[in-house]
Design a protein around this ligand. Sequence first.
Ligand code: FRU
Length: 559
Amino acid sequence: MQANVTLAAGYRLEFWAEGPGTIRITEGEALLWRVPALAAHPEFFSYQHREASSITLDCDRPEAILWAYGYDPNTVEHAGITVWEFGADGVVLRSGSEIHDWMASDPLRPTLHFSPIRQWMNDPNGLCRIGDTWHMFYQFHPAGTDWGPMHWGHAVSKDLFNWTHMPVFLHPDQNLWRLGATGGAFSGNAFRDRNGSQIFFYTERLPAYDLFTGYREIQKLGRPDRSMLYLSDAETILDTRPVDEGVEHDFRDPKVWWDEGAGAYRMVLGAALHGDPAVLLYGSPNLTDWTYLGPLYRAPAHYRQNGARAVECPDFFPLDGKWVMIMGFVGYTEPESGRHNLLFAIVGDFRNDTFVPSTGDLQILDFGTDYYAMQSFAADERQIAFAWLFNWEYRKPPGSPYSGEMSLPRELALDPSGRLLMRPARELDKAWPTRLLPPELDGSFALGDVPTEIRLKGALEGTRIMAMSGSALSFEVTILNGRLSIRLPQDDGKIRYDAALESATDLLVFHDRGILEVFGEGGAVCGTRRSYTNITPDRIVVTSAAEVCVFERKSASAS
Ligand code: FRU
């Protein structure tokens, strides 16, 4: 394969490739750069062009290049990356709306929800707003569509819903593919220090040779370059865990804040204490020296007894006069329902480094099991959250260029009884305006292949929403006997995806090519599920005594 491309001065081409194969970049007769022999494992390469000119890129095995993009550092902040797709006939370059159109042309890819252009994505990371730009980072494996050595992908947005893809922000410390290991730059948070500079905290899992035991996780602090393109030279700030207190290998996913009461910084980490999922509290006067202050929360034995190994992605933040803790219990299966991959919330008071929950009960944050690793952040006087829509049980059909989607951004609040409420962020209406769909003569609604929103208000008991793809079920949402439930074609009835409602008077349902996000009771009861079957329903039938409105949504920036 040979391609001729004109590059600006300073242009960067970044890619991951796996041999066998060779790559050469020439300018006329002059050899500028080459890889004489690609290794038998993925490796990262970065080529920087010095003076504007046309180059020829030769690659004897285009399929050796696993993921490639380029950018001009002077314009990337606004323009984003240009994707380089290598094929037998040469290179296809896609930028801006061409990337968007290429992604939208995949009939299996949701459009309202964020997904990576290619390859594997999991947890949202480092969420923040800087000036008028929202930044989303995410766990990313650039060499494949399965989980692997972790990097941080990056995207920016002006409206929280339409995203521009950026270069990979953070790489693992070592080439883990070469070591035959996993690990790398695990989840973490963005934090603005008291001088206003942007910092990131994250976990590095050191080269790991077993997915479940024996690994080592350390915490790092890094500062981005001025254009927020790279995090490099991160320093280790915590590399020993409190082993004597019974903390094993899980020790990760830091979240940091400045604590007015203590006049110092605080950090929570997900871990296990003698096998019970736990959230650990650390303190620091200066962000680099950290002391263990003790467990902030330890889950009741029930969770360990039902498979929970540790807390993942703990979140801890003030909200409406209280403190909210969010946790994922990795490995836990709820005995009554068979559900796993659940997130839990607990609300209480935080004083003198002690968390006193208001009730002993953990609130299941989302009854659908495809809402995991939620991360929230404070911006714009709101607490906003994204989560990863995935459950290890189900995968995209083989052949997909990517895996993983983010939830809609949700705004968090507490209701008077202390339940956590989640609702789609208010930016949605401007970014993806609605169009009301008129009912057909038989009362059903004909759907186009665009995101759909269904709103119900009134007496909801007995409500049934059936979405059909031809004569096949796409999804069903019901409220029967005071329980809100979701059924997908893949369900065999062994697991019930439902939750009790205290008052059934309002319901919001979003559907976007197989992603269902359901919000009941003003967001106190949420259910999120990812379906891979019959994901483009053409008709919705709603049976309900309540007032029903069905809308389609289209991006305001769509051409
Ligand atoms: C949660 C999680 C985190 C970890 C990351 C690794 O999905 O396991 O605990 O930091 O994913 O990709």
